[in-house]
Write a protein that binds this ligand. Structure first.
Ligand SMILES: Cc1ncc(COP(=O)(O)O)c(C=O)c1O
Length: 500
């Protein structure tokens, strides 16, 4: 592979030397560098000033070269960050299959997923050094460790009894007031007293389900569904009714409408409307509005699990379902675990018309959350640092996703399908039908790479030829190499399945 970027330092080349104008010659050099992998998706292009110095050209020539590359969809500008190499458009895989709405859910089933998950966890433990492409948390170096540490020291200096005095039942009032203010951005109008702090989003979901169901009841969930939610249903003795979900628009409101006719005993609908796990889908506003209206009309609870909203790749993240709620039908559950501080496990719940019952259940179950984390977060959120952090986090995840998408497209066999997510960290990859994700999971782990097999995202074993890959908690070079190995493995497994 030849090095194609020529440095013209010290010489003025701001004039055409070829049949092509200079800006185009320079653009072509960079086009070749991108084409042959010297510059890769996510790499930062030189700043305008560096480009001018490196090639000895004027600002007009530099700007024109970048314009050519931008028009060719090879680079794009990111506000206040500069220019970056884009993932090659030609390498895109076919979009993942849309769900078949004709195949409506059968009977609701008691969830039985614990043993499958325990066996996966036990298998992970046999390979502690494996590269983790199977998690659901961004790498810790993408979070503001130093700023949070300083906020913790400040909080303890200002309120020395934080560790020794009992706190208020619903959680720290200062943090709840900030959350209520920030909720306006998600389209939600609430008072701080409508919020109860919880141990992460998962405790919020547990409380919501306990408030609106009894053991044996049926709850509608997306299919595929985050296995952690299936585990909660199982632990509460609930049945799951799996409703098809699209890789682009999430839960099918149409299928849910049919399901409500065939299952009039449905007690709740539980949904992840923004960056669904594992699909990465975002429900369009019109679908969100109809879903809230449908549940309100049927008189059933709509449990909104919303931990990823702020990771949607948009300057203005989408609204939550709760924004359309007019009568307390929606129970909104979320946390800072995906967006700010996975180690602090601070979540909260806005219980709609079940708020008093949820308050009672939280008190009975775990009393109030510990105060230090809440006060630290309040101190951090009071400044503009959170917005800056979110912009950087979304940007880093976007770079990782583009690079991973390019690596998957280049290495996985024909028949692989994938719809790029709208943000966040998950890739829901549909492998050729012949490849079993359970076998793929075992073989990948033996090769030192963790992935999540599709089987655990359904109670009915529906997704055996899918895997969930996540952005890596390591450097991108290592992840590229791992994805190439996974691609070779999938290619071998797909080919092997055809051997008579
Ligand atoms: C959809 C969804 N809900 C809830 C959770 C758990 O959230 P927390 O870590 O805030 O308890 C996760 C974590 O992976 C998730 O993906």
């Amino acid at each position: 592979m030849s090095q194609v970027i020529v440095s013209h330092q010290g010489q003025s080349l701001d004039r055409p030397t070829d049949t092509q104008p200079l800006y185009r010659q320079l653009a072509d050099q960079y086009r070749r560098a991108i084409g042959n992998g010297v510059l890769r998706p996510g790499d930062r292009m030189p700043s305008m000033r560096a480009f001018m110095q490196r090639h000895g050209v004027s600002l007009a020539t530099a700007t024109e070269s970048y314009r050519v590359l931008e028009r060719a969809a090879l680079i794009d500008a990111r506000p206040r960050a500069g220019y970056f190499v884009r993932a090659p458009q030609t390498a895109a895989l076919p979009a993942a299959s849309e769900p078949d709405l004709a195949m409506l859910p059968g009977a609701a089933q008691f969830v039985g997923i614990h043993s499958a998950i325990s066996s996966i966890v036990a298998t992970f433990q046999r390979y502690p050094d494996a590269l983790n492409l199977g998690g659901a948390t961004a790498s810790s170096d993408l979070f503001p460790t130093d700023a949070l540490q300083k906020a913790a020291l400040r909080a303890l200096r200002k309120r020395p009894t934080l560790l020794t005095a009992a706190g208020p039942d619903q959680g720290d009032p200062g943090l709840r007031a900030i959350i209520a203010r920030r909720a306006l951005e998600a389209g939600i109008q609430i008072a701080s007293d409508d919020i109860i702090m919880t141990h992460g989003g998962i405790e919020a979901v547990n409380l919501a389900l306990r408030a609106v169901t009894q053991p044996g009841d049926t709850v509608a969930v997306e299919s595929p569904c985050f296995f952690g939610l299936l585990q909660v249903l199982e632990s509460l003795g609930l049945r799951a009714l799996e409703i098809p979900a699209s890789p682009t628009t999430g839960l099918s409101v149409e299928a849910l409408t049919f399901a409500l006719q065939t299952h009039p005993d449905l007690k709740a609908v539980m949904v992840v409307p923004n960056l669904q796990n594992p699909l990465g889908s975002v429900m369009p506003d019109a679908h969100k509005a109809s879903l809230v209206e449908l549940c309100a009309g049927a008189g059933i609870a709509l449990i909104e699990d919303d931990p990823y909203r702020e990771l949607v790749d948009a300057a203005q993240p989408p609204r939550s379902l709760k924004a359309w709620d007019t009568d307390g039908t929606v129970i909104h559950c979320t946390s800072f675990n995906k967006s700010l501080a996975p180690g602090m496990r601070v979540g909260w719940i806005n219980g709609g018309r079940w708020h008093p019952r949820i308050g009672m259940l939280k008190f009975a179950q775990s009393r109030h959350n510990e105060q230090l984390s809440q006060v630290v977060l309040a101190g951090f959120l009071e400044t503009s640092a959170y917005e800056r952090h979110l912009r950087r986090l979304r940007e880093s995840l976007r770079i990782q996703r583009e690079r991973m998408a390019a690596a998957v497209a280049a290495s996985f066999p024909d028949g692989t399908r994938f719809t790029p997510p709208r943000g966040g960290m998950f890739f829901w990859i549909e492998l050729p039908r012949e490849v079993s994700s359970a076998a793929f999971f075992e073989a990948a782990l033996a090769d030192g790479i963790r992935v999540m097999p599709g089987t655990v995202f359904s109670n009915g074993g529906r997704f055996d030829h899918f895997i969930r890959l996540s952005c890596p908690d390591t450097d991108l070079e290592r992840a590229d190499e791992a994805i190439r190995r996974l691609g070779r493995l999938a290619t071998r497994m797909a080919a092997h399945a055809f051997v008579p």
